[in-house]
Design a protein around this ligand. Structure first.
Ligand code: UDP
Length: 139
């Protein structure tokens, strides 16, 4: 996958709280092109694998439970410098520390239930996009 792409999820809290539209507006206004998108739900196995890097962390069980409790919006986004620019748009993991105007500052409720995911490297963006989408679903 090209390095001008990143992968995002609107997490179950963002969907439950009715923020899909507002978050997509922010993404659009920031100049990202939506390359793939779907409403889906992660299984326990999906979430354990997706967040496998955190498997030894104390919050892992809660994170898997949270990420599987309802629908998510999964999407692939394209823009120059997509990974870094999208991390800036979403803000810090903990919304209390996120900059004003960022998606997490506006829509997250806690460090765990923080509304959105954004890939942290080009390599992970490619892995995460392939986790959720087949080649024919990328436009
Ligand atoms: N998380 C949590 N408690 C923590 C740190 C992280 O529940 O103390 C959750 C949170 O949903 C976060 C995800 O685990 O988004 C992945 O953590 P990471 O450090 O990779 O943060 P991110 O890259 O999502 O900002």
């Amino acid at each position: 996958m090209a390095t001008n792409r990143t992968f995002t999820m609107i997490k179950p809290d963002g969907v439950e709280n009715g923020h899909i539209g507002a978050i997509l507006e922010k993404i659009n206004a920031a100049g990202f092109r939506i390359v793939a998108m779907k409403l889906t739900q992660m299984t326990k196995r999906d979430a354990e694998s997706f967040y496998g890097v955190h498997s030894e962390r104390p919050f892992f069980g809660e994170l898997v439970e949270f990420m599987t409790r309802g629908a998510i919006v999964a999407a692939v986004l394209e823009k120059d410098n997509a990974v870094e620019d999208f991390r800036a748009l979403i803000g810090a993991t903990n919304p209390a520390e996120a900059a004003e105007g960022t998606i997490r500052k506006l829509y997250a409720t806690s460090i765990g239930e923080n509304a959105v995911h954004g890939s942290d490297s080009d390599e992970n963006a490619a892995i995460e996009a392939a986790f959720h989408f087949s080649g024919r679903e990328l436009f």
